[in-house]
Design a protein around this ligand. Structure first.
Ligand code: ATP
Ligand code: MG
Length: 358
């Protein structure tokens, strides 16, 4: 006991301390003579403190063990009042006619501190990588786009006033302008959220209906392909359609992927986009959204950098769609990946936490 690295304490069946080794003395900050004869609860914070006597009694009567023979992570209290995490393994031993318990204690303070440090480092790294992907764009976009959006809002407002002076059709035009204004404000809201996303790295959390969001995203994306006949097939498992996250951001991801799919099918004879939602095969607490197109398929040389910002094979492409989508999906705790379809075209899939597990 004297040479053990871990703390060791022996108590009797009433919880009275019989023995504490030097490592135990230094962990708890007591000299042996200060604690020998006292109840073991003097080394425990609440609620262990109050529960412990009952616990020993119950164990001796019923044999029902919570720590004895099992080992657990609990909290201890040092002489200066400091509460600290420790691992505790307790063994039972017979001694003459009575029962004694020996507890082996390892102070986990240092280990926990390192873990917290590591977590913080990881969070910071994650944040930085997200910022790296978006920083180049974020500020510029927010600034450059907010101004024309504000100007457009002004023009639309003015148009609405002018409508009231029209003799004919003013009401109808007014309601059209109202809708234009709504869309305009929506764009401004998206920008504001994107900025918040870069700055704070968090996402607003609400239960989001994928069915609804997919519908809205399809409408938003297809307006650009109005003259093209594209078959959209939806295959949504209602048990996997409620996810937890930021609706506007999830919509951003879907719009990016739907647009990419449609753009890839420009020259395809048969244009079909299959959007499916199901629970993830490997992780039942995640929903998996897949978009499968009949387009050109992924070109070999772009695959390694597919999700890297500013990677594009399109003449007018910025190459940020997939990198932004990846940042958003990851911030939601999901992942995004692409595969080539055996029959041509490609499939982009991403996962999101199901609302039930939120
Ligand atoms: N469905 C798809 N089929 C084939 N290739 C695709 C598909 N989706 C993406 N790609 C490839 O990945 C590249 C990157 O896509 P990403 O959305 O990031 O940028 P982009 O579409 O080129 O430009 P933008 O920033 O305007 O969206 C595309 O240029 C294209 O080569
Ligand atoms: Mg794109």
């Amino acid at each position: 006991m004297n040479t053990l690295v871990d703390g060791a304490i022996v108590i009797d069946a009433r919880g009275s301390i019989q023995l504490i080794n030097p490592a135990g003395e230094s962990i708890f900050g007591y000299a042996a003579k200060e604690v020998i004869g006292r109840n073991i609860t003097c080394l425990m914070p609440e609620p262990y403190h109050s529960e412990h006597d009952g616990y020993l009694d119950r164990y001796l009567k019923t044999g029902e063990a919570k720590i004895i023979g099992i080992g657990r992570e609990v909290e201890g209290q040092r002489s200066n009042g400091e509460i600290f995490p420790m691992s505790l393994a307790v063994g039972e031993m017979g001694h003459q006619d009575s029962t004694l318990f020996v507890g082996i204690i390892r102070d986990l303070t240092e280990e926990r501190r390192r873990e917290t440090e590591f977590d913080e480092l990881q969070a910071r790294h994650f944040h930085l990588s997200r910022v790296a992907a978006m920083n180049e764009m974020g500020t510029a976009i927010a600034h450059e786009i907010n101004q024309p959006l504000a100007a457009a809002a002004n023009y639309i407002e003015t148009g609405k006033i002018l409508c009231t002076r029209l003799d004919e059709g003013g009401e109808k035009l007014g309601s059209v302008l109202e809708r234009a204004l709504e869309q305009n404000n929506r764009a401004a809201e998206i920008i504001a959220r994107m900025r918040k996303f870069i700055e704070r790295g968090d996402v607003s959390s609400e239960t989001v209906d994928l069915d609804e969001i997919i519908e809205a995203s399809v409408m938003l994306s297809l307006s650009r392909f109005r003259d093209t006949q594209i078959d959209i097939i939806r295959d949504i498992n209602p048990n996997a359609s409620q996810v937890f996250g930021d609706g506007v951001q999830i919509q951003q991801v879907l719009v990016n992927l739907i647009r990419n799919g449609c753009e890839a099918m420009t020259d395809s004879a048969h244009k079909q986009l299959h959007i499916s939602v199901d629970s993830d095969a490997e992780h039942p607490n995640l929903a998996c959204v897949s978009l499968s197109d009949t387009g050109t398929g992924l070109s070999q040389d772009i695959i390694p950098d597919l999700f890297t910002a500013f990677t594009s094979t399109k003449t007018g492409g910025l190459g940020v769609g997939l990198s932004i989508s990846q940042s958003i999906v990851r911030a939601h705790g999901g992942r995004i990946w692409a595969t080539s379809n055996p029959s041509g075209g490609s499939t982009f899939s991403f996962t999101l936490p199901l609302a039930d597990d939120a």
